[in-house]
Ligand binder design. Structure first.
Ligand SMILES: *[C@@H]1O[C@H](CO)[C@@H](O)[C@H](O)[C@H]1NC(C)=O
Ligand SMILES: *[C@@H]1O[C@H](CO)[C@@H](O)[C@H](O)[C@H]1NC(C)=O
Length: 416
């Protein structure tokens, strides 16, 4: 009798919580803007925001639909919104606000121009679809807090039609944490940036995998490799530890501890990976040497700024994974290797000219320990599956095979 009761209880429980009730992650397409090389996602009603994995806030220009702010100066939300003061931007929060109610001031920041402006915190909604990892499932409207700024100068140099920035840092007011708390999904997100000439949309999934790209292909997050994801006190950007850089299998000779000082940051608003001078010069020299040794017909031509090493594309061999050049490997902590073939290391700058898609960091002295040694940019992340797991503090990564680029995600809903 009691066993039957138990069975009934178990049965009732399993009926009450069918697997389909498990909260589903939230998916959006990621579009690359050819003019700026920035990536945008739709946020609501045709408003597109620039993807910035180093921004701690979601912000846009103020819209009529925004609900009035109800965040006092002293609230936790206000404190969180000002946790990472932008250098050169008015210090923080409420200092200059002499009004009696003293509502919170936040500072939207343009990652390209460095412009910032005082704004207010507002309630907004992120309208997107849930996903089973294969297709969109249901449209959802996710409650979120964003900052809104009234000055149009905040939008200078962002893609046409973009009205702000979706910050994807590991902070409480960035989009991943807000989707996680509203939708009850995991505090992680997956980024699959589009690129490689065909500008079909890539995909971002808040809550993380699974990720399927083509019928009959395996689920991709099963094959991720992991490295610890680091954060620093004064910046919301994500960092990884790179022990050395290799071209094919030989290490690039760098000054001692060059990569350790300043670390290696990841940024989606930097189009091409930037190397600090003391890393850039030996890297470019080693690449030129390896090319000359392997591809004797490859002809170097006058470099096209901002790149420092370019070739006559007609003298290079083009294959599925881009130009055949020495592969660039970032040897990550945990023994894992982020290896890039030509598609991620060479860029066609004009007809007949292809350049090594790495640039020298500007405005930084060689060996300046406060500057990152390397800032990995968008071009080097394209057609990789990157899963930022903020709970386990690790970055999962996987280079997709050339026949299943990020643009293969199926954004057509299943007919029900
Ligand atoms: C949700 O998916 C459907 C089907 O693909 C699409 O028509 C709709 O625009 C999507 N909604 C959003 C907000 O992206
Ligand atoms: C995309 O998904 C829909 C719904 O499952 C399916 O009918 C369609 O064939 C898929 N498209 C491709 C190209 O696989």
């Amino acid at each position: 009798m009691s066993q039957l009761l138990l069975l009934l209880l178990v049965l009732a429980a399993s009926l009450a919580w069918p697997a389909s009730c498990k909260p589903l992650p939230v998916v959006v397409p990621v579009t690359k803007d050819p003019a700026t090389s920035l990536y945008t996602i739709p946020f609501y009603d045709g408003a597109n925001l620039v993807v910035d994995i180093a921004d701690p806030l979601v912000w846009s220009t103020c819209q009529r639909g925004h609900l009035p702010a109800a965040f006092p100066c002293k609230s936790d939300t206000c404190r969180l919104a000002n946790a990472y003061p932008v250098p050169g931007c008015s210090a923080a929060g409420c200092g200059h606000d002499t009004r009696k109610d003293r509502t919170c001031t936040a500072y939207p920041y343009n990652p390209v121009t460095g412009a910032c402006a005082a704004g207010s915190l507002v309630h907004t909604r992120f309208v997107a679809n849930t996903t089973d990892g294969k297709n969109p499932v249901n449209q959802v409207s996710v409650r979120a807090v964003s900052a809104c700024g009234t000055t149009k100068k905040l939008l200078v140099s962002l893609p046409r039609g973009a009205s702000g920035v979706a910050g994807l840092a590991g902070t409480a007011l960035a989009l991943p944490a807000q989707v996680a708390s509203s939708q009850k999904v995991a505090r992680k997100f997956l980024l699959c940036l589009p690129g490689g000439g065909s500008y079909g949309d890539g995909v971002a999934i808040f809550g993380g995998g699974p990720l399927y790209l083509l019928e009959g292909q395996p689920e991709f997050t099963q094959s991720l490799e992991y490295t610890p994801l680091l954060t620093k006190k004064d910046t919301p950007a994500y960092y990884v530890t790179v022990n050395y850089i290799a071209l094919d299998n030989s290490r690039v000779p760098l000054p001692p501890r060059a990569l350790g000082t300043g670390g290696v940051a990841l940024r989606t608003t930097v189009p091409y990976t930037a190397l600090r001078g003391d890393v850039y010069r030996p890297f470019v020299a080693a690449f030129g040497k390896a090319m000359a040794a392997q591809w004797q017909y490859a002809r170097a031509v006058k470099p096209v700024a901002p790149f420092g090493l370019c070739y006559d594309a007609g003298t290079l061999v083009n294959a599925h994974n881009g130009y055949m050049v020495p592969s660039v490997t970032l040897a990550l902590d945990g023994g894992k290797k982020w290896t890039m073939a030509g598609v991620n290391s060479m860029v066609d700058v004009k007809l007949g000219t292809a350049c090594l898609a790495f640039v020298e960091m500007k405005g930084v002295k060689a060996g300046d320990v406060n500057a990152p040694a390397v800032v990995v940019g968008g071009f080097q992340m394209e057609n990789f599956v990157l899963q930022f797991d903020l709970e386990k503090k690790r970055l999962g990564f996987l280079r997709l095979p050339f026949y299943t680029p990020c643009s293969q995600f199926n954004f057509t809903r299943n007919a029900k």
